[in-house]
Design a protein around this ligand. Structure first.
Ligand code: NAI
Ligand code: MG
Length: 364
């Protein structure tokens, strides 16, 4: 028997439903490890960072948080944000601090249409649809450049500057990643989305880099769109989409649209990758902490469990990643559906059904 590999995983459940869905993902991972005949195991360390931690300690994560996390094989993240702390403090203090601190510059967000889940699209064959958004995750509109000033001028006269930062290197690496991703798919196509008619500096640079890089991939079809038209295109012609690459803000918005079209925000998974592997990558569902349903045990864990599958893939456990994705499909196909996707299955029951389907995979 080959020697057991233990993966060290940092778990940050965060806030709201983040805590609920992450538990289910950990259960799925533990089951896979149990089934692996000692081929691999997971060593989970939990970090209580989030809004409660902020209220007690005045910061969203420990001061040496990044230093602590940097030796892990991966980070498994719930969601951050709760009404008791301003959203810009909680997001910047934890999620963006980790993404930018670890240069996780590629955010991979697959849009999957699951059997048994009613899509919001009026399309003859929704289950044939499937595309992946690649979000620039280190700069752009979320580079944090700017400030608020002139409070001394008195009420009604404050000024805020929020600048986007586009670097040629930053654009190039994520665009290249999109082309490499396209090469691994059946249909080799990359669609670039900007708003370069109005954003005439940064996004025109992006467009120029896209054209330059595309020349190195003559086997990959290309397409370029403005984001407003692309929002409509998502709804009207989703069969056109394969790999979609866009800046931090634009892809953030389009990924919520994509997952809502597929049925719910609750089913969308994501990976914040440092493809250079200088730092650990972080895996989290696309949705936030959903305070409106937190604590009720009804949150959909599919996004978090799908993110665990992306983590398995990143750790080299590709077969296990496929197993999880197949189990998710079997579970929804057999009628296990949480409230957001039209059923009354609870968070725990949904994960139970996915785990049962993992077992049935092994027997085959
Ligand atoms: P949200 O994604 O938390 O919720 C939007 C809507 O979708 C809500 O009605 C919610 O109930 C529903 N929803 C989300 N996930 C679901 C799931 N798994 N199952 C069933 N329904 C689900 O976005 P919202 O309300 O804008 O933000 C809430 C908080 O989350 C804020 O503090 C925000 O800053 C934070 N946030 C954090 C993110 C992260 O940690 N990566 C991402 C997005 C928002
Ligand atoms: Mg978002």
């Amino acid at each position: 028997m080959s020697q057991q590999k233990t993966f060290k995983i940092a778990v940050i459940p965060g806030d709201g439903i983040g805590k609920e869905v992450i538990n289910e993902g950990v259960r799925v991972l533990d089951h896979l490890a149990e089934q692996s005949n000692n081929q691999f195991s997971f060593d989970f360390d939990y970090f209580p960072w989030g809004c409660e931690y902020y209220l007690e300690n005045g910061r969203m994560m420990a001061e040496d948080g990044l230093e602590t996390l940097k030796d892990y094989d991966a980070i498994y993240f719930g969601a951050v944000g709760f009404p008791n702390v301003p959203d810009h403090i909680s997001l910047w203090g934890l999620r963006i601090a980790i993404c930018q601190g670890f240069d996780q510059w590629a955010n991979i967000r697959p849009v999957e249409f699951l059997p048994g889940v009613e899509s919001k699209l009026n399309h003859p064959d929704v289950e044939s649809l499937n595309w992946v958004l690649i979000r620039e995750n280190s700069e752009g509109e979320y580079s944090g450049v700017g400030g608020r000033n002139f409070t001394g001028r008195g009420e009604g006269n404050e000024v805020a500057v929020q600048s986007s930062l586009f670097t040629e290197k930053g654009c190039e690496r994520v665009i290249r990643y999109a082309f490499e991703t396209a090469r691994k798919r059946k249909r080799k196509k990359v669609t670039s989305v900007t708003k370069s008619n109005a954003q005439q500096y940064g996004m025109v640079l992006w467009d120029d880099v896209f054209k330059r890089v595309s020349k190195e991939y003559p086997d990959v079809e290309t397409d370029q769109w403005l984001v407003d038209a692309m929002a409509a295109h998502f709804v009207l012609h989703p069969e056109d989409l394969e790999v979609v690459v866009a800046s931090n803000l634009l892809a953030d918005i389009l990924s919520d649209l994509g997952s809502a079209l597929a049925g719910s925000l609750g089913i969308a998974a994501s990976a914040n990758l440092n493809p250079d592997r200088r730092y650990p990558s972080m895996f989290e569902s696309v949705h936030g902490s959903a305070p409106d349903i937190a604590g009720k045990g009804i949150a959909n864990p599919i996004g978090a469990i799908g993110s665990a599958a992306l983590m398995l893939d990143h750790l080299g456990l590709k077969e296990e990643a496929n197993q999880v994705n197949e189990a998710i499909k079997k579970a929804t196909g057999s009628g296990a559906l949480t409230i957001d996707i039209g059923g009354n299955t609870t968070t725990k029951e949904m994960a139970d059904s996915i785990i049962e389907n993992l077992h049935s995979n092994v027997k085959q």
